[in-house]
Write a protein that binds this ligand. Structure first.
Ligand code: DER
Length: 223
């Protein structure tokens, strides 16, 4: 099975997994990326089974609306039973690096208002140690150089994501060369840097479950 087929299998597994929470008053939190896109397409086919969705990016909001799903602003919602999203890397504890698609801030916000984070990945995203994938951080433009200096002090090799502006009007800095053995500690440390809006470590609030699609099928990993 190629990567797309694996992502499709994970997306389908997520639809099956969230079935018990699809109720007339349910609002579903929806992630961003190519795996999330496949999940969205399957979710749209079930739009009469739930009330609405909250999107983690303009890209996701558009795909949901194109699929005739009602999209609510997060401020119109008090809680969501599930948030379904991909990841760039996930470790055995369910800690993730996210932000490859540049939506990490709204993803982390929507996930924080959801009761259960369901991560959908193909097996290539599973790592023992986070950091092979460059860690994205969303930065207020005026703090770009100050944050780049902080990244270098960490021992990372930072790079501004050229030509990219987030839905919130900020820039993304991707930090290569990190080997992250204390994801909670590093997430907390980077959150303190003035000018950082969000960092792509999802460790303080990690995935509750992961649906991992491999050649032998989809595995449910509880964290
Ligand atoms: O940007 C993100 O956080 C995405 O969810 C990303 O981590 C996964 O994207 P993919 O499903 O296209 O690999």
């Amino acid at each position: 099975l190629d990567a797309n087929a694996l992502k499709q299998a994970a997306a389908q597994a997520a639809i099956d997994y969230i079935e018990p929470w699809l109720k007339p008053d349910a609002v579903i939190g929806v992630g961003t990326g190519s795996t999330a896109d496949l999940f969205i397409d399957l979710l749209c086919a079930k739009r009469d089974r739930f009330k609405a969705a909250v999107a983690s990016s303009e890209r996701t909001a558009k795909r949901l609306r194109d699929g005739l799903v009602r999209v609510l602003e997060l401020n119109e919602v008090t809680s969501m039973p599930v948030y379904v999203d991909g990841a760039d890397e996930i470790n055995p504890q369910g800690e993730m690096i996210k932000g490859g698609g540049g939506a990490l801030t709204r993803e982390k916000i929507v996930a924080s208002v959801s009761e259960r984070f369901v991560c959908i990945v193909d097996a290539s995203k599973q790592v023992e140690v986070l950091g092979r994938f460059p860690l994205p951080i969303e930065v207020i433009p005026m703090a770009q150089e100050a944050v780049l200096r902080k990244c270098r002090l960490l021992g990372g090799e930072p790079a501004v994501r050229e030509g990219f502006v987030t839905d919130n009007g900020n820039i993304i800095v991707d930090i290569s060369g990190l080997s992250i053995h204390n994801a909670v500690g590093l997430e907390t440390e980077i959150n303190q840097w003035p000018g950082v809006v969000t960092n792509g470590l999802f460790a303080l609030e990690k995935a509750d479950v992961a649906l991992v699609a491999g050649q032998g099928g989809v595995t449910l990993v509880e964290h």
